[in-house]
Design a protein around this ligand. Structure first.
Ligand code: PMP
Length: 903
């Protein structure tokens, strides 16, 4: 091809009938035809009686010799036992539209392109890698003058090609160019296929990988063959690093590349993704439909390549691409004391992991003579990063750091040990000495991301023999934990995510898994004061050390917490029952209503969740939680419509009157003397924070009271300051209930709930005898409940819920302006919902997308879950300590994920 027309868009218009007539005239081929995609040529499949073939009419930019070279290469490849098209007849010149064009025919390989497979996984990656290796092997001695051509796909000229079309992109690839430059003199060349990808590898009926399309055949760097294939798998599997390494490993089984070539692979992969994006952009501008269909996935591959750490990738590729040295390590250290610096280490309590002070300044000096040493294979919490995608922080330790006396001296180190902190005579010259075993030449990274752990363990093996004792941290194993969970926890006890991270630590609005990935906790309405709040730790520890017992004893905390709750509740609601959960509180509230009224039926809303106990479950009708809920509610429960102003029977903020009219009609058909009361959430929590229409609750309460019933406000989710603008959810509807139920935030995860009611209702309950819940309001629970309220007050968490929550909601509304899939943003303060729909008119729920968004957000470092009867509302209810910076991180992640999933 010629330099001035790198993509060869010079082909005249060709219609299938013309091409078919040429095929018949010049090659005697006849049969049904189908046009095949190509970046530059015209390809027509003809199903001739003797078998299917492809007529290839070459773009005029092709030199004749290049096409001859391709046809010869087909023969060479076939001779090496690789299934490939066979040349049919001669290379000819045909004339179309007054232009003379080269045309030839090859047999059509029948099979499924890997591209078309429903799933593309590690097996396909291995197949591509192996095929690329076999081709390099088959073409090692192949020579033809037609292979020396100027091609934009030759990675030797990648810089020029990208620079010519997209200088801004070239600037982003500077690191890859610099890494490659030093290696160029050591990269051997040969003829390569140049495009071994899932486009061009076809699986035949016999299960054999066949290679098609030799249009990019050219002399180039040998390792470019592998780089092209590696680039082609990026973004196609759920684990890019594993996919890359599978290609490299399978290639390496066929062709042994040098260390320099393997080092060059990653920069070449980055440049290849850049070439594809740059050339595609040019073709798309020129109107090439084939190119524009591909450009989204090519942009994704480029971004993936740039996101992965270049140094890590180079080491990993070297690690799987060649045999590793066998190291023989022996003891060189004096007695050491391994120190746990992992996720659950107490060294990092109270957020110490975020402070810059190094670990060796933090550990208590035992006074013993053993040298403190960090552990190999530790996921170091102090290296974890907040606000980062999972797997992106370099936390995994490939060596050990030992605190040795300055001036002391180590014996000669065995081969393959990399050290720092020692002078040329192995005398200690720094506060700590770093030791790392490495089975490859060079200075490896000390800490890497939590990817490809097994490969790293091979490249940099356990240095324990240097210490003479075990200095390796135990490897985290969330998979085994899941198996153990499945063995003894019934399936109905669900967990978030199919492949859940094992979360063992929290701090403020963050949760941390055993591989030191830090997630922003956007889903937690239990940890109001944030995770691991030191005040709560202290309150719990102190109370445990003093007393914990049942609540029939007389002690301060029980009374003090009840006083505080009574003071927070509206005038007249000053009787408090402390229990252990929301379900328990709801059950008790229902019994209070029934006993006080002497009636047995309860009004409750559809689509609501109130708990799991017999009573609280009876008034729970969410089919999201229980698909049979509507058929199986007991007779004493009377369900009302969910007054959902977004997707309910009546819509809009003025829908209250219509819902109340429906209720009137419903009550008219009931024996209202049986109705003990109503239970409602003042904001639809289960629906994802949907506000009730203005005036609805007041209307319901008026009607229920008029028939002699009592009104229960379930504030388990939406009360306790969460909505920011009010402490209680019912305040938003300008009503005062007769009974309030609370739990969740009240204990910040400690089993603690409460019922708050009037003296009259509480007294009436005596008719049922006494009330006693052994651990409800226990000394420890009460102490924690008091500490939660103290923290909320001191840190002004309701105020934070208002300001940061408003900021969150405004950001979500901004995203709704950008992403059509956001049908509505519900809620207020830090109780928000993002309703995903496939169509804004019909509000058809985007249930599958919601699940995909949550999985993708997990990978981006954000924990979000769907809720609602259709599981299409993202529930946004983070700890109330969340900051605006964290909110912006979540908004950016959601924006990215929605862009990617809905493109
Ligand atoms: N009421 C509501 C509104 C709830 O959301 C829940 C729990 N999701 C409960 C009651 C039950 O609370 P618990 O899980 O503490 O029993």
């Amino acid at each position: 091809m010629h330099d001035d027309d790198p993509n060869g868009s010079a082909l005249p218009p060709i219609d299938a009938a013309t091409a078919a007539s040429i095929a018949e005239r010049d090659w005697g081929l006849r049969g049904p035809t189908r046009k095949l995609g190509s970046n530059q040529d015209y390809n027509l499949r003809i199903d001739d009686a003797r078998g299917p073939v492809v007529l290839k009419i070459a773009n005029p930019v092709w030199e004749r010799s290049a096409i001859e070279a391709q046809r010869d290469a087909l023969l060479a490849v076939a001779a090496a036992g690789i299934a490939a098209p066979a040349p049919v007849g001669d290379l000819r010149t045909v004339e179309i539209g007054g232009v003379r064009l080269l045309a030839h025919v090859v047999s059509y390989v029948v099979g499924d392109p890997l591209l078309d497979r429903a799933t593309f996984g590690i097996a396909e990656c291995r197949m591509l890698g192996e095929t690329a290796g076999r081709l390099v092997d088959a073409l090692a001695d192949y020579a033809h003058p037609g292979t020396d051509r100027d091609s934009p796909w030759d990675l030797r000229v990648a810089t020029e090609v990208i620079g010519r079309t997209d200088p801004a992109l070239l600037a982003r690839l500077a690191e890859a160019r610099a890494r490659l430059e030093a290696l160029v003199p050591d990269l051997p060349t040969q003829v390569i296929h140049g495009d071994v990808t899932d486009d061009n590898v076809v699986l035949t009926a016999a299960g054999e990988a066949a290679v098609i399309d030799f249009g990019d055949l050219a002399t180039s760097w040998r390792c470019a063959e592998l780089a092209v294939t590696v680039a082609s798998v990026l973004g196609k599997t759920s684990d890019d690093v594993a996919a890359v390494l599978a290609v490299v490993e399978a290639f390496g089984d066929r062709v042994r590349l040098s260390d320099a070539e393997l080092t060059a692979i990653w920069p070449l992969v980055v440049l290849r993704t850049g070439v594809l994006v740059a050339c595609d952009a040019e073709l798309v501008t020129a109107g090439n439909a084939y190119a524009s269909a591909r450009s989204a996935s090519e942009t994704r591959a480029l971004e993936t390549a740039l996101e992965l750490d270049a140094d890590e990738m180079a080491w990993l590729i070297r690690g799987v691409g060649q045999p590793l040295a066998e190291l023989s390590l022996r003891q060189v250290l004096p007695a050491v004391e391994p120190v746990d610096l992992g996720v659950t280490s107490e060294v990092w309590n109270d957020g110490a992991w975020l402070e810059p002070r190094p670990w060796n300044d933090r550990i208590p000096r035992s006074g013993g003579d053993r040298a403190p040493a960090s552990r190999y294979g530790e996921y170091r919490l102090d290296r974890a990063r907040v606000w980062s995608p999972a797997g992106s922080a370099t936390v995994f330790s490939l060596g050990i750091e030992v605190v040795l006396p300055r001036g002391s001296r180590l014996p000669a180190l065995p081969a393959g040990v990399v050290a720092d902190g020692l002078d040329a005579d192995n005398v200690v010259i720094a506060p700590t000495v770093w030791l790392q075993a490495c089975a490859l030449p060079g200075t490896p990274p000390r800490y890497v991301t939590a990817r490809a752990e097994e490969v790293w363990r091979r490249i940099c093996p356990d240095p324990s023999p240097l210490a003479g004792v075990e200095v390796a941290a135990p490897a985290p194993d969330p998979g085994t934990l899941l198996t153990r969970r499945d063995a003894h926890l019934a399936r109905v006890q669900e967990h978030y995510f199919d492949r859940p991270p094992q979360i063992e630590r929290g701090w403020r609005e963050f949760l941390i898994d055993t591989s030191a990935n830090v997630y922003l906790d956007v889903v937690n309405n239990v940890a109001t004061t944030g995770h691991a709040h030191p005040d709560l730790t202290r309150a719990a520890t102190r109370q445990w050390s003093l007393l914990n017992t049942n609540s029939r004893f007389h002690y301060e905390a029980h009374v003090a917490l009840s006083e505080r709750l009574a003071a927070l509740a509206p005038e007249g609601l000053d009787q408090v029952f402390l229990v252990n959960s929301g379900s328990e509180a709801v059950d008790l509230a229902l019994r209070l209503a029934m006993t006080a009224t002497g009636r047995s039926r309860i009004l409750a809303a559809r689509e609501a969740y109130h708990g799991w106990t017999l009573g609280s479950d009876a008034v729970t009708s969410s089919i999201g939680d229980n698909p049979r809920a509507l058929e199986t509610r007991p007779a004493w429960v009377e369900l009302m419509d969910a007054a959902n102003q977004v997707r309910g029977r009546h819509r809009g903020p003025g829908a209250a009157a219509a819902y109340l009219a429906d209720l009137d009609a419903q009550l008219a058909g009931l024996d209202t003397a049986e109705i003990a009361g109503v239970i409602l959430e003042p904001i639809f929590g289960n629906g994802g924070g949907v506000h009730l229409p203005e005036g609805y609750l007041a209307g319901v309460y008026r009607r229920v009271r008029a028939i002699g019933g009592v009104c229960i406000s379930d504030e388990v989710q939406v009360g306790y300051g969460r909505t920011g603008h009010h402490f209680w959810g019912f305040e938003q509807q300008h009503v005062v209930p007769d009974i309030i139920t609370i739990a969740k935030s009240m204990g910040n995860g400690q089993p603690l709930g409460a019922v708050i009611t009037t003296r009259a209702l509480a007294e009436a309950f005596s008719a049922d005898g006494s009330f006693f819940s052994s651990a409800g309001g226990s000394p420890v629970s009460s102490a924690i409940g008091l500490a939660v309220l103290d923290v909320m007050e001191r840190e002004q968490l309701q105020e934070n819920a208002r300001t940061v929550g408003d900021h969150f909601k405004a950001g979500l509304e901004r995203l709704a302006g950008k992403h059509d899939v956001i049908g509505a943003v519900h809620g207020s303060g830090l109780y928000l919902g993002v309703e995903l729909v496939t169509d804004r008119e019909s509000l058809a729920p985007a249930t599958v997308l919601a699940a995909q968004v949550c999985d993708a957000l997990l990978a981006q470092g954000c924990l979000v879950q769907p809720t609602g009867d259709r599981y299409n509302v993202l529930k946004i209810k983070p700890p109330l300590v969340i900051t605006a910076t964290s909110v912006d991180f979540a908004l950016d992640a959601l924006d990215r994920v929605l862009t990617r999933l809905t493109r």
